[in-house]
Design a protein around this ligand. Structure first.
Ligand SMILES: C[S@@+](CC[C@H](N)C(=O)[O-])C[C@H]1O[C@@H](n2cnc3c(N)ncnc32)[C@H](O)[C@@H]1O
Length: 274
């Protein structure tokens, strides 16, 4: 049976999906020809897309590890969680505390189907299909309420998701609603496509070009300014080193040379609610 024939019900294989294109970048198998074509178009502009996706997953890993090991976070809300891959949030968290609870949220039906198949420990992990652009509904979802105690600190992960929320869909308002729902001592992690502007003009030009391709193929993707990305953290206190290229956020090994196409165009940070 080909992957096309095994598409779960409700999955549209005539248009690329963000989750499946990203899966292709990560070398996964949960994608279709239409996704691979969209991915290849972006790779013509930024050939190191797969490396960028891996760097993002490593950033996620370091953040979750820090939150469980150093910050004592025991419950995670992973929004726009993506298709299961190597090093899912619950797998990282459970290396340090097997009782940590993780709820995955994504609007893509393929993510729901594949995550449900993977998640066997229903005590500590769950997956919900919901849209981050409707934060009040998402936060009121019974499964989210069952899993997350909003009176206790939460690790809220907005990894590579807000750049798929258009300017006209109020990403700042959405981020603010999620921040407000969290108890003091909670953390917010964000990774986001970045347009570095005059600081790195070559990277900025590529950001504009690849943004055009993303919108043409997937109808989404915004490379935002540093100020815009910083605003999503609101009044939370950013942990050092702040919002930086992903590879520079508390690296565990030596930092890459910095010369890749996407080095300055994918940034992230972690902040704590006072
Ligand atoms: C690039 S992937 C990132 C996956 C994972 N967070 C990571 O950083 O590795 C973005 C994910 O966000 C999901 N997504 C995009 N827009 C969404 C929305 N409005 N509501 C919920 N999920 C969304 C996509 O389906 C996709 O799985």
């Amino acid at each position: 049976m080909t992957i096309e024939e095994s598409a779960p019900p409700g999955v549209d294989i005539s248009h690329p999906s963000v989750a499946r294109v990203y899966d292709h970048m990560l070398g996964g198998k949960d994608n279709f020809a239409v996704d691979r074509q969209a991915g290849e178009m972006a790779l013509q502009i930024t050939p190191d897309g797969p490396a960028a996706a891996r760097v993002n997953r490593l950033f996620l890993r370091r953040v979750v590890r820090h939150l469980v090991e150093e910050a004592g976070i025991r419950q995670f809300l992973d929004l726009g969680s993506g298709l299961p891959t190597q090093g899912n949030v619950h797998e990282i968290a459970h290396q340090f505390d097997p009782t940590a609870r993780v709820i995955y949220v994504d609007h893509d039906p393929m993510v729901l189907a594949h995550s449900q198949a993977l998640l066997t420990d229903t005590e500590t992990t769950a997956v919900v299909q919901a849209d981050v652009r409707e934060p009040a509904e998402l936060l009121a979802h019974p499964e989210v309420r069952r899993f997350i105690d909003f009176d206790e600190p939460v690790g809220l992960l907005l990894m590579a998701i807000l750049h798929h929320v258009g300017d006209d869909e109020d990403p700042a308002g959405i981020a603010a609603t999620f921040r407000k729902s969290l108890a003091s001592g909670s953390y917010l992690a964000i990774s986001h496509f970045h347009n570095p502007g005059a600081e790195h003009p070559e990277a900025a030009a590529k950001a504009v070009e690849v943004e055009r391709v993303f919108n043409q193929t997937m109808g989404t993707g915004r490379w935002r300014t540093r100020a815009e990305i910083l605003s999503y953290f609101g009044d939370f206190t950013l942990l050092a080193p702040g919002v930086v290229p992903l590879a520079e956020w508390r690296p565990e090994g030596t930092i890459d040379s910095g010369q890749t196409d996407t080095y300055y165009t994918f940034v992230g940070g972690l902040a704590r609610k006072p």
